[in-house]
Design a protein around this ligand. Structure first.
Ligand code: 3PG
Length: 414
């Protein structure tokens, strides 16, 4: 039991049918019918292996893509191949979610065998637009097709899908109403690392917030500063451009237009309020970079030539941020410092990410671009914890209540 939620240490598994909800949502290569990345699949292997080794009949539930981001909407069949390979044992796949074929396959499982059902989001009730429009309670979710068809065939529900813990959907929050429920190893680890980060980080605790997901970055910044979690926030990317603008720096019409066109101008006011209140903690760039005729140029902030777009923090800033990260006892990073996909504008992100790999402080990163940057700069193995969550991580660090945590608190006592 941890955080009031049971773990897989608290359950007997042998001979039991275990519904295990995982988050193995990955970018898809439709042309070759394969996955472009398998990080999330690797992350939930320990839970699957342990439950299978302990003699459970494992039924995996997972989503792939979403109705909101339709390009990754797909069957989970390719995932079964990756799972089989990583586990070194067969993971059966059935192209059904909770119909007669899926239920028969479930009933046929022997101890230790593993079955992956098809994408749960092929059911309307699992889709995000359905969730957002109908706002079913957890009691109502227990009456959905998925939960009412599968729960009578199962003994236990295990949730290992921390990356989807911000979703309020039947496969994530409905089974806990009717089945004894626990969290899996990955869920437990992610929840523990992030709780520790928010509750008692070793100081100095540095947050590096960059990228272009402005709403997320400002929500997190607001929370970690107001809760006194962060001793220092190093800003980069579009976040820094908005901070500079709010601080009265002339970032040039081109960068201002970019902020306006993305619909983020209202964040300049929010940034001003944060700077006024936390002037001693928020760090903004000293210099910056722009690209002209395919070459990188750097200038002091406020001196950007008109018509040029800020694409990276400058070298002085990168060195200063590196020092801040090396001196930190805890460091969390989300979002790159510039357009790191291009060689002319990767210096800031490269320097910061190399520092994340070098620091002796406890380092945590999360989010798609941050993981890509870690792989690109070869520091993945050196970072202490890489969170599999995107939206769930941001919401957790923004102090929001996660629906799946609420559901597990309930299901732990059935
Ligand atoms: C994610 O990729 O963040 C999780 O798998 C949740 O996906 P969703 O945002 O489509 O619900």
């Amino acid at each position: 039991m941890k955080f009031g939620i049971k773990t897989i240490d608290d359950i007997k598994v042998e001979g039991k049918t275990v519904l295990l909800r995982v988050d193995i949502n990955q970018p898809i290569d439709r042309e070759h019918n394969t996955l472009k990345d398998t990080t999330r699949i690797s992350a939930c292997i320990p839970t699957i292996r342990e439950l299978s080794d302990r003699g459970g009949k494992i039924v995996l539930l997972a989503h792939q893509g979403s109705d909101i981001e339709y390009k990754n909407y797909y069957t989970t069949k390719p995932h079964s191949h990756v799972l089989s390979e990583l586990l070194g044992k067969e993971v059966r796949f059935i192209d059904d979610v909770c119909g007669p074929a899926a239920r028969t396959a479930m009933k046929e499982l022997n101890n230790g065998e593993i079955l992956l059902l098809d994408n749960v989001r092929f059911l309307a009730e699992e889709q995000t637009l359905f969730e957002l429009n109908l706002k079913l309670t957890h009691e109502q979710q227990a009456k959905t097709l998925l939960v009412s068809k599968l729960s009578p065939l199962a003994d236990i529900y295990v949730c290992d899908a921390f990356a989807a813990a911000h979703r309020d959907q039947p496969s994530l929050c409905g089974f806990q109403q009717v089945l004894p429920s626990v969290m899996g190893r990955l869920f437990e680890k992610e929840f523990s690392v992030l709780s520790e980060l928010m509750e008692c980080p070793a100081c100095p605790c540095v947050f590096v917030l960059g990228g272009a997901k402005i709403a997320d970055a400002f929500l997190m910044m607001n929370t970690v500063l107001k809760k006194n979690v962060a001793d220092m926030v190093l800003t980069g990317g579009l976040v820094a451009n908005i901070m500079l603008w709010a601080n009265g720096v002339d970032i040039g019409e081109c960068s201002k237009d970019f902020v306006r066109n993305q619909g983020y101008e209202n964040y300049v006011k929010i940034a001003k309020e944060l700077i006024t209140e936390f002037d001693n903690k928020i760090v903004i760039p000293l210099d910056c970079a722009y690209i002209k005729d395919g070459r990188r140029y750097e200038c002091t902030i406020g001196k950007i030539p008109s018509g040029e777009l800020l694409v990276d923090i400058g070298s002085k800033t990168a060195r200063k941020y590196k020092q801040g990260i090396l001196n930190a006892k805890t460091v969390f990073a989300n979002g790159p410092m510039g357009i790191f996909e291009e060689p002319e504008s990767e210096l800031g992100t490269k320097t910061v990410w190399e520092a994340l790999g070098e620091t002796e402080g406890y380092s945590v990163i999360g989010g798609g671009d941050s993981i890509t940057a870690s792989n690109k700069y070869g520091v993945t193995g050196k970072i202490n914890y890489i969170c599999t969550g995107g939206g769930a991580l941001i919401r957790f660090l923004s102090g929001e209540d996660l629906p799946v945590v609420r559901a597990l608190l309930h299901g732990s006592f059935l």
